[in-house]
Unconditional design. Structure first.
Length: 220
């Protein structure tokens, strides 16, 4: 990948969405199951809302997914329980290598391009002290649809001020990798779990296990 700037996905790429497991222990003895279903429905709702043309910001989508997950799993979560779980999304942990990798990549202009609502992104970036590494934190809220819609990737390119073929897009989500590659970005897939590549007719330019490996691959 020969790139002049980098766009990073946030959830699952920079921040561990399953760090909500700790908060989930207050409502279930199986918090991993809650976290997995919550994340699954959160993503499904973004895709469905985009297709239906019925946008709600990521905070509302995330809460709807949480309500569904609790109901499906038979968890008697109160409004206060749900509030605590939603607040956990504002303090998700960054993956351990993220800060050092971003420091090594600091000679490249970097930005976040995320489904997250502006308030959610501002909170989690500040909580992890990552703000100085990014020129911009860009939310899909500006175009009122979710990834992998091409309008979202176009927004990221515009905010970095670079042509799409000069930008490297970094994501741990296979569907996001496919969307970004189809748009015209060079793409690095952070395949933390050793997952199989989705059969969507596109291949990432680079596959790495974490952001430290990405920095090494880019010569940093």
């Amino acid at each position: 990948m020969q790139v002049k700037g980098l766009l990073f996905d946030a959830y699952g790429t920079l921040f561990d969405v399953h760090s909500v497991v700790e908060a989930g222990r207050a409502v279930t003895s199986h918090p991993q199951a809650l976290s997995a279903l919550w994340r699954q429905k959160q993503l499904e709702y973004t895709w469905l809302r985009s297709l239906m043309g019925r946008y709600e910001d990521f905070s509302a989508v995330t809460e709807s997914a949480l309500i569904f997950a609790c109901r499906h799993l038979g968890l008697p979560a109160s409004a206060a329980d749900r509030r605590r779980l939603m607040e956990a999304y504002l303090t998700l942990r960054a993956f351990p290598e993220v800060g050092e990798a971003l420091r090594r990549l600091g000679d490249l202009p970097c930005a976040i391009l995320s489904n997250g609502a502006p308030r959610m992104l501002e909170a989690v970036v500040d909580h992890n002290g990552l703000g100085p590494h990014f020129r911009a934190v860009v939310s899909v809220d500006e175009v009122r649809t979710f990834k992998p819609h091409p309008a979202v990737y176009a927004l990221g390119a515009a905010r970095l001020g670079l042509p799409r073929d000069a930008i490297g897009f970094v994501s741990s989500n296979g569907w996001d990798v496919a969307g970004a590659k189809a748009f015209g970005f060079s793409v690095a897939w952070v395949n933390r779990q050793g997952a199989a590549l989705d059969e969507l007719g596109v291949t990432p330019d680079l596959e790495v296990r974490d952001l430290g490996e990405l920095a090494r691959a880019l010569g940093r």
